[in-house]
Design a protein around this ligand. Structure first.
Ligand code: PLP
Length: 468
């Protein structure tokens, strides 16, 4: 591993250091306790079946759920809806070039559309793709090409209390082993996901991406960066990686992304918009064919290559969002809002993944409910109790979502960008504490009705509580 230090000094910025005021107010309502019981039962104890209007603090995901700035709303009004050569496309392309350093883009309706464009162009049957951890849509797109997605997470990725920095890194040693096993000719792509969403949103160091680049060169593979949270990652590098304290978030982001041949991006994350995405390909003659194929696939699946499934106004808003995402005050406040939630919970004695990543807090539901076995979904029990207790919506990421994986039983509380304030965080902390106090009364669940696609069961399965 590239990690040479065994300590981590966490960012000290707090949410007091950045400033927004609210200019659009959205009413939220907490249904009363008896109603929440009824709603939960009617939803089959599956949080995806609950209407948003019945949720008080919605921490289901940080994907596309953030608040846009006034500048973004202004850009929306100036959106150019031309089919070809839209001015908004040029604004988006200029923003990607300035912020991320890539001149060539193929827009897509969201991240998975970009994945379809790129991985369809890169992969063939029997290929093996290495990734620090495949995000679920990435895994599915690799598998759809009849290729084999192999995860190479850092050994510490699931050590919930390890303070080794950059637990999101690609495990280079493991990657070398896999390459030796399957043969370098069968590995056309190495992917680094920054931050590592499926490993608790942990950051990846610049040094690690440099090593991944060297590995890709040795193997003759394309190095892809899944850049969904590139700005949050760059901020962690600035705070925690040796040699970067004096660099700006933009400088770090550009340095890190410059190692990649291609980038996939979901605008719903660090694009600070509600929809959109793109593929970017480095301006290198050796990659011209890849870019051409991506453009053709873009036309086929997304839309003409100057809009790719996005309205012109959405491209205009993302162009502004990308520039805001690397502003220090924005990203420092963003990461602080996640850390303050994690710290508040940890102070109350709740077992949380440490250090917190960039977008979410992960509670160890296995430790929270030691009497509920994995087969009875302790993470889902916590999800249900958080709704019952405080109208909060989180998500299970344990044996319900990953039935066959050797992973801890987690409940994730994802934090939407620029949306919730300290009062909401306080409500969440008090709610989790209240559930913790009565944890011995909480029972596990069984699946009552399962859909036909087992890998998507958590979206639609019905559950029922197991009587104590
Ligand atoms: C969200 C996400 C995607 C997919 O993007 P969508 O916009 O949801 O389709 C891909 N990779 C990572 C790491 C993500 O977080």
């Amino acid at each position: 591993m590239a990690n040479t230090t065994d300590h981590i000094s966490m960012p000290t910025t707090t949410t007091d250091d950045f400033a927004y005021k609210t200019t659009v107010a959205t009413r939220i309502e907490l249904p009363d306790r008896a109603e929440r019981d009824v709603i939960l039962e009617a939803a089959g104890y599956n949080i995806f079946n609950i209407d948003a209007r019945n949720v008080y603090v919605d921490l289901l995901t940080d994907s596309g759920t953030g608040a846009m700035s006034d500048d973004q709303w202004a850009a929306l009004l100036r959106g150019d809806e031309a089919y070809a050569g839209s001015e908004s496309f040029h604004e988006l392309r200029a923003a990607v070039a300035d912020v991320m350093g890539f001149e060539q883009i193929v827009p897509a309706h969201q991240g998975r559309g970009a994945e379809n464009v790129l991985y369809g162009a890169l992969l063939e049957e029997g290929d093996v793709v290495l990734n620090n951890t495949h995000f679920d849509t990435t895994r599915a797109h690799v598998a759809t090409q009849d290729a084999d997605p192999v995860d190479c997470p850092a050994p510490e990725a699931w050590e919930m209390d390890s303070t080794v920095p950059f637990k999101g890194n690609l495990n280079i040693d493991r990657a070398l082993e896999v390459i030796a096993e399957v043969g370098p000719e069968n590995v056309p792509a190495i992917v680094v996901t920054i931050t590592n969403n499926s490993a608790a949103g942990q950051p990846v160091s610049v040094e690690n991406v440099r090593r991944a680049r060297e590995l890709a060169n040795e193997v003759g593979a394309v190095l892809v960066i899944d850049a969904c949270r590139f700005a949050e990652n760059a901020y962690f590098v600035q705070q925690c990686e040796e040699g970067y304290a004096g660099a700006t978030v933009t400088e770090i982001a550009r340095e890190q992304l410059a190692f990649a041949d291609a980038v996939v991006m979901s605008g719903k994350k660090d694009g600070l918009v509600n929809a959109g995405g793109f593929v970017a390909v480095a301006d290198d003659p050796g990659l011209d064919d890849l870019f051409e194929t991506c453009k053709q696939r873009g036309i086929l699946y997304e839309g003409f290559f100057t809009y790719g499934g996005m309205a012109g106004r959405d491209m205009a808003a993302m162009a502004v969002g990308l520039r805001e995402a690397v502003e220090h005050s924005y990203v420092a406040g963003r990461v602080a809002s996640v850390r303050e939630l994690a710290d508040g919970l940890a102070e109350a004695g709740i077992p949380v993944y440490q250090p917190p990543g960039g977008h979410a807090v992960y509670i160890d539901a296995g430790k929270f409910f030691p009497e509920i076995p994995s087969a009875e979904f302790p993470g889902q029990a916590l999800v249900c109790e958080l709704y019952r207790e405080g109208g909060i919506r989180g998500i299970e990421l344990g044996s319900l979502v990953f039935p066959d994986a050797d992973r801890p039983e987690l409940t994730r509380l994802a934090v939407p960008r620029r949306t919730y304030h300290r009062e909401h965080r306080q409500h969440v902390i008090e709610t989790v504490e209240a559930v913790y106090e009565r944890r011995e009364t909480v029972s596990g669940y069984r699946i009552a009705g399962e859909p036909s696609m087992p890998e998507l069961r958590h979206f639609t399965a019905d559950l029922e509580p197991i009587e104590k």
